[in-house]
Design a protein around this ligand. Structure first.
Ligand code: MSP
Length: 522
């Protein structure tokens, strides 16, 4: 596609390399991938970034538990996250690692700017720290356990830390942040999360410890090698590193900064919506445009955790159900932004009812009739009746409708809008009954099959960001040229499809036997 003046910079969080990728990680990146693909099809010049967060105490500890030095360990685990991107068919433009040299330069430059602008001072930290969250907690935030232990509100264990530390003067940013949120009402979404952030900031901000001295796996503080930069300041700056910063003449930096969307899980919203804009403003740089915090998945009603042994491996899920089936399920099942519960029963039901029955049958029966009655050539339309116009109209407006849904990350609503058309198309087939018309009124039969071919084409185009491989299979069956698989002229070129010779239709979404079906069979 020709280069575009509309740019879109989207990021995933960078993943800690203390562990293997699981469904939660796959989910965040999937949401970004679907957005990046949609925007590209819609003519944007997209920069989609993902990667790994490799410093800090948590990673250092995991490496030592494996008896490895952190570098060897992070090389290995980071590769698992890189592999996940191809296993899930993600289309990132760059995969960043915080152990790269360019990132050290970027992170240190931000530090220098904060220091030069008078926002960082040396003191001593004495307080609680949760290694799992890589976060400092105030005594009053902690929850007392019956056994006398204290835990963070996230459930993470905390330990008492006392060490010399540099501080970022976050307390000075309270009013500026509140003002920023007011000026930029779409900065934090969903709304409930935004309210949480505003109430957190309104209740008063304490200065933030931004360096550590009790371990060494991190980026050295400029001019004080006793300290390493706090892992969150290090990690957040990855979004700048990837654009070529500190080279402000870098084409990427000029083109893409500030990011259009940081996609994060609800657990890490505070870092992105409070600390990050404060760091950036203090360094004299523009903050991102939007942070969206999605919900968390549980597994059959239970919190996903290694200790419970119920971690869902995205690769296994894909092998069991199919890649696009998993991609579809994750964004279809739960309103994006809310928490969701994974269950085998619900994924099987989505696959069978919506992919195999609704969509699969629509494609299969429509194309089979073209194959059988029209020698596999998509017929010419004749006069369009109201029913035809209504269905084509519904399909043709999908782009506008879904642009609005994508603008607010309502992926579930985008899929629902597509399914409304899928269901209408099935009703249309039933009512029009082309298999009967072919005998009574062949011209009319041809028109209905042409309407269906067009509708299926629009459906497949709209589904392409979500289920790229399957949508391409549908578009292959309609022989839509690769160059036309975008949103340019969406819903307009209805006639160009007729006269196309199509291949013999093949099923795209096999049905899955549910556990119940399997029991009945035996
Ligand atoms: N390294 C930090 C992010 C730094 S970004 C500058 C981090 N990494 S993480 O690997 O722990 O988590 C990354 C993302 O995975 C978070 O957005 C988190 O919400 C998401 N998920 C982890 N478990 C999840 C679920 N069970 N469900 C949905 N998403 C969850 O935080």
């Amino acid at each position: 596609m020709a280069s575009s003046s509309k740019t879109f910079y989207i990021t995933t969080p960078i993943y800690y390399v203390n562990d293997s990728p699981h469904i939660g990680h796959a989910y965040t990146t999937l949401a970004c991938d679907v957005t990046a693909r949609f925007k590209r099809m819609d003519g944007y010049d997209v920069f989609f970034l993902t990667g790994t967060d490799e410093h800090g105490q948590k990673v250092e500890k995991s490496a030592s538990l494996e008896g490895l030095d952190p570098k060897t360990f992070t090389d290995r685990v980071s590769q698992n996250f890189r592999d996940l991107t191809s296993e899930m068919n993600y289309s990132q433009d760059q995969f960043i690692r915080t152990t790269e040299e360019r990132h050290q330069r970027c992170s240190q430059e931000i530090w220098k700017r904060l220091f030069k602008n008078g926002h960082i001072y040396l003191d001593k930290y004495a307080g609680w720290y949760a290694i799992r969250d890589e976060a400092f907690y105030h005594e009053k935030e902690l929850i007392n356990q019956t056994d006398g232990r204290k835990i963070a509100p996230t459930g993470a264990e905390v330990e008492w830390v006392e060490e010399p530390s540099y501080f970022f003067a976050l307390s000075k940013w309270q009013d500026k942040l509140l003002n920023f949120y007011e000026q930029n009402p779409n900065f934090i979404a969903p709304k409930s999360r935004k309210n949480e952030v505003i109430s957190f900031v309104s209740s008063g901000l304490r200065d933030l410890s931004v360096s550590r001295t009790s371990f060494s796996w991190g980026i050295p503080v400029p001019n004080d090698s006793e300290h390493i930069i706090y892992v969150w300041l290090d990690a957040l700056s990855n979004y700048l590193t990837a654009t070529g910063f500190p080279n402000e003449q870098d084409k990427k930096y000029k083109k893409y900064w500030p990011p259009d969307l940081h996609m994060v899980g609800k657990d890490i919203l505070r870092f992105h919506a409070v600390y990050w804009p404060a760091f950036l403003m203090a360094a004299g740089m523009e903050p991102p445009k939007r942070i969206f915090a999605h919900g968390w998945w549980t597994n059959e009603g239970k919190k996903i955790s290694k200790s419970l042994g119920n971690v869902i491996n995205p690769r296994e899920l894909r092998d069991q159900y199919g890649l696009d089936q998993v991609r579809f399920f994750l964004l279809r099942e739960v309103p994006f932004g809310s928490d969701g519960d994974f269950s085998h029963e619900s994924i099987v039901s989505r696959i069978n009812n919506e992919l195999a029955n609704d969509l699969g049958n629509l494609v299969q029966r429509s194309l089979s009739m073209i194959n059988r009655y029209y020698d596999a050539v998509i017929p010419e339309p004749s006069v369009l009746l109201d029913a035809d116009k209504i269905l084509l109209g519904k399909a043709g407006t999908l782009l506008e409708v879904n642009r609005a849904h994508f603008d607010v990350q309502a992926f579930h609503l985008a899929l629902e809008a597509i399914w409304t058309v899928v269901r209408s198309a099935n009703i249309y087939v039933d009512h029009q009954a082309p298999w009967k018309l072919i005998k009574e009124n062949p011209t009319r039969a041809g028109t209905t099959l042409w309407v269906l071919a067009n509708t299926i084409k629009q459906i497949a185009l709209m589904l392409k960001p979500f289920i790229p491989i399957s949508a391409d299979k549908i578009l292959d069956q309609l022989v839509v040229p690769k160059d036309f698989r975008n949103f340019t002229n969406f819903g307009q070129n209805h006639t160009e499809i007729s006269g196309t010779k199509i291949p013999k239709p093949e099923g795209i979404f096999p049905r899955h036997l549910s556990e119940k079906d399997k029991t009945v069979k035996i």
